[in-house]
Design a protein around this ligand. Structure first.
Ligand code: HEC
Ligand code: HEC
Ligand code: HEC
Ligand code: HEC
Ligand code: HEC
Ligand code: HEC
Ligand code: HEC
Ligand code: HEC
Length: 384
């Protein structure tokens, strides 16, 4: 029987080869599809389904985070780089499934509420957020980085990646997210890990007031060397520059009328010493009449809408540039223009006041960003 089958195969060798290739390809395809499907946030959602923040709400909190917006997915953080790292994460997924079936809801919550410190180790974050960290890990990763495209992580090569996303190199740049802050000094001096300060990253609610309090509590103990509460300008570089009408690349401006008239930070931020750092629109009435609340709302509304529009444009411009790169066009100058525009967009967003610190300047910076984005698109369309 078997011999007759082998005999038959020998006589139909081409047909058999073709069939074998199809079978193997189909099996591989199904496998990859399963790997893909079980890596999607929708899949994780089956067992991590809650809304809001914290345990069980990991998918929902991710959806509303900057990482979620930027397309950084679960396994970009919860699986280590490279094919081996990816496969290990998939094995962890099998353990999750086994645990789901065997442990109680209370035990599951207990685990989720106490994630180990190195669940996502600092070196992993630095793979995307520093150049040196990226290089070290790529050199040390055993096995290939990837076989097929599975996720964002394995394609990350710095500095290109972070520059195209408008991110600083956290270990060399000190102007980060609008704040003057030296990561290297603090990380090496005090043995911090990322989540000691970025407790709001992805799954937990961030309060900026908590973060500032954390900085100032330790600085108060280091009065001789570290900046104190009243040194607003030292840390809040973006806000200071915005008030002053400087800071964006290639856009000239004037100081805001108020800053120009010698209104300093603490004239508006009157309650800082009692721990309330953020003034509201009511604070305008300290010096102006009631109508100025309307001015505040108008400023904030305009700026917010413009930022949202430009955020969407940014994604399209980046995609168009990547498309152009695939067809081997020279895009060096266009990438530079895009990166400059993105820097300026981040500058206004990082000021965090939606134009209240200096509305005229914020608007002219945003207009220049729009011009740059449009210019890049127009050149891409016209030249090729
Ligand atoms: C079948 C249900 C199920 C699915 C699907 C699932 N998980 Fe889980 N997950 C669990 C359970 C149960 C635990 C707690 C027990 C444990 O640590 O395995 C858990 C724990 C975790 C932890 C914390 C582990 C630790 O050591 O603290 C992470 C991270 C995690 N899951 C990520 C994911 C990601 C990412 C996905 C989607 C790719 C996913 N899970 C899909 C059930 C699931
Ligand atoms: C930017 C990196 C990043 C991304 C993307 C990310 N996580 Fe996490 N995740 C973390 C960190 C860091 C922790 C450790 C907890 C902490 O520090 O708050 C964590 C903790 C967890 C935990 C442990 C329980 C908890 O609530 O702390 C689960 C489960 C989890 N993540 C699931 C997911 C799922 C599912 C996704 C995708 C929908 C996802 N994560 C996307 C970084 C990330
Ligand atoms: C796959 C690459 C990647 C990994 C891994 C990664 N990030 Fe990010 N990170 C990004 C991108 C992309 C952005 C968003 C840029 C933007 O605003 O569009 C970002 C934004 C941020 C921001 C600013 C936005 C915010 O949420 O405050 C912080 C802080 C940050 N990451 C910290 C971390 C930490 C801590 C980890 C490790 C737990 C981590 N990142 C892991 C790519 C990554
Ligand atoms: C001692 C506190 C501290 C530690 C520890 C720390 N950071 Fe930061 N990080 C900051 C501050 C302050 C900023 C400025 C922006 C802000 O205030 O949110 C910042 C900014 C950033 C930004 C830029 C955000 C943007 O919007 O562009 C990234 C990315 C980032 N940190 C990643 C990390 C990573 C990754 C680690 C761990 C390797 C880490 N940080 C450890 C305090 C810290
Ligand atoms: C555990 C203590 C500690 C914490 C927490 C801490 N710092 Fe510091 N920081 C210091 C000390 C000490 C110095 C002075 C170091 C020196 O000059 O050698 C310093 C210096 C600084 C400087 C001036 C140094 C320079 O580069 O010019 C800035 C700005 C700064 N810290 C910002 C921050 C911010 C923002 C946070 C909160 C995210 C923070 N620090 C959290 C201890 C701390
Ligand atoms: C040692 C550095 C440092 C100094 C000095 C400092 N801040 Fe901050 N402040 C921070 C950090 C870090 C944050 C968190 C920023 C973030 O996460 O984006 C913050 C947050 C804030 C916020 C946002 C609060 C919220 O919950 O929305 C305001 C407003 C603010 N600071 C005003 C001031 C003013 C006004 C001064 C001077 C009187 C000052 N800060 C001095 C580091 C500092
Ligand atoms: C004319 C009044 C005014 C002056 C002057 C002013 N601020 Fe503000 N600032 C505000 C208001 C109002 C908000 C809150 C805006 C909002 O919620 O949209 C704010 C918000 C902030 C924030 C929070 C930004 C964030 O990321 O959420 C910081 C930090 C800040 N100011 C720092 C400063 C510094 C530093 C100076 C001095 C160089 C300064 N401000 C001068 C009115 C002022
Ligand atoms: C500490 C007092 C003070 C606060 C608080 C303050 N301003 Fe002013 N504002 C001034 C001064 C002083 C001038 C300059 C007057 C001049 O030169 O005509 C000014 C000028 C202005 C102007 C331009 C001239 C005019 O009168 O139309 C606008 C608009 C304005 N402020 C809006 C606001 C808004 C909105 C807020 C709330 C975020 C605010 N101000 C909070 C003191 C303040």
């Amino acid at each position: 029987m078997l011999l007759r089958f082998i005999d038959w195969c020998k006589r139909h060798i081409i047909l058999v080869t073709v069939l074998a290739v199809i079978l193997v390809a189909a099996f591989g395809f199904v496998n990859i599809q399963i790997l893909h499907m079980t890596s999607e946030p929708e899949f994780c959602h089956l067992c991590h389904p809650a809304k809001g923040f914290g345990a069980l709400a990991e998918v929902d909190s991710w959806e509303h985070s900057a990482h979620g917006d930027a397309g950084v997915s679960c396994l970009d953080c919860h699986g280590r780089p490279g094919v081996v790292g990816y496969m290990k994460a998939k094995m962890g997924g099998l353990k999750d499934t086994y645990m789901q079936l065997t442990i109680s809801k209370e035990e599951k919550l207990e685990i989720l509420n106490n994630p180990p410190e190195d669940l996502v180790p600092a070196w992993h974050c630095m793979f995307c957020h520093s150049d040196e960290g990226n290089k070290e890990v790529r050199e040390a990763t055993a096995g290939p980085m990837k076989l097929v495209k599975m996720r964002m992580l394995d394609d990350v090569v710095n500095p290109e990646f972070r520059m195209r996303k408008g991110l600083p190199d956290i270990m060399t740049d000190t102007f980060v997210g609008g704040t003057y802050f030296d990561h290297e000094l603090h990380m090496e001096g005090f043995d911090f890990v990322c989540r000691d300060c970025h407790f709001g990253v992805v799954h937990n609610p961030a309060t900026k007031t908590d973060r500032m309090n954390f900085c100032l509590a330790c600085h108060a103990e280091n009065e001789d060397s570290a900046p104190q509460m009243s040194d607003c300008d030292t840390c809040h570089q973006a806000q200071f520059s915005m008030n002053e009408g400087t800071g964006a690349k290639g856009v000239e401006g004037d100081a805001s009328l108020m800053f120009g008239a010698d209104i300093g930070c603490e004239d508006c931020h009157t309650a800082v010493s009692s721990g309330i750092f953020r003034p509201t629109k009511e604070s305008c009435v300290d010096c102006h009449d009631e109508d100025y609340i309307g001015i505040f709302e108008e400023w904030a509304g305009d700026t917010k809408a413009k930022i949202a529009e430009l955020r969407e444009m940014r994604v399209n411009v980046e995609a168009a540039l990547n498309d152009a790169d695939r067809t081997k066009r020279d895009t060096t100058e266009l990438w530079q223009r895009y990166e400059k525009a993105l820097y300026n967009l981040n500058f206004v967003e990082d000021d965090g006041t939606k134009g209240v610190h200096n509305n005229d300047y914020a608007i002219s910076v945003l207009d220049s960003v729009k011009e740059d984005f449009k210019g890049v698109m127009a050149t891409l369309d016209s030249q090729w």
